[in-house]
Design a protein around this ligand. Structure first.
Ligand SMILES: [Zn+2]
Length: 176
């Protein structure tokens, strides 16, 4: 597969090393000034192909996933219920929950206890809503995605890797 067959964006920045990441299906390549994107791509070709194949699979499977039709009000209610349950279990305080449409993620959380939830989650299966909310509330124990964080998640959701994959599948379902 060649670079021009993959949706991508190249930017040059004052960085020491090149960086590649997929942001919701698009390959972002960040390069130091003067670097050759083709050469960088060739070095990471296998990684790119693996990610690209995963995304294609998610798109294919995602098109067949059913959605749960909820009202916006029911959705908000269930998010608040999940957050209340999670904050009790984890012994942390959620200050505020906001809802908005987000372009690159399902949710976010800051250290003061404010959680933002992507409105697109409205029609997702309940288990995934519960999982995303629990993830954000867990950040009040540990902000970074380190081993300690995933340990907290794994205790409650031993099958979290499966759920992460489902989230990718639903991402492409709900964003297409
Ligand atoms: Zn997180």
């Amino acid at each position: 597969m060649e670079l021009n067959e993959i949706p991508h964006k190249i930017s040059y920045r004052k960085v020491k090393y090149s960086r590649l990441e997929f942001v919701t299906g698009e390959l972002h390549i960040v390069l130091p000034y003067g670097a050759d994107p083709e050469a960088v791509y060739r070095r990471h070709r296998r990684w790119v192909k693996k990610k690209h194949d995963f995304i294609e699979e998610c798109k294919k499977v995602g098109a067949k996933r059913d959605l749960v039709k909820r009202t916006a009000q029911d959705f908000k209610k269930s998010v608040h219920a999940c957050a209340e349950k999670a904050s009790k279990e984890l012994n942390v305080t959620v200050k505020k929950i906001g809802f908005r449409k987000m372009r690159t993620k399902w949710a976010s959380c800051n250290s003061s206890g404010n959680i933002t939830i992507n409105r697109l989650m409205k029609d997702m299966p309940g288990e995934l809503i519960d999982y995303v909310v629990y993830h954000e509330v867990s950040h009040l124990k540990q902000m970074r995605h380190n081993d300690k964080f995933w340990g907290i998640i794994a205790k409650k959701f031993p099958h979290y890797k499966e759920l992460e994959k489902e989230l990718s599948i639903y991402w492409f379902n709900l964003n297409s």
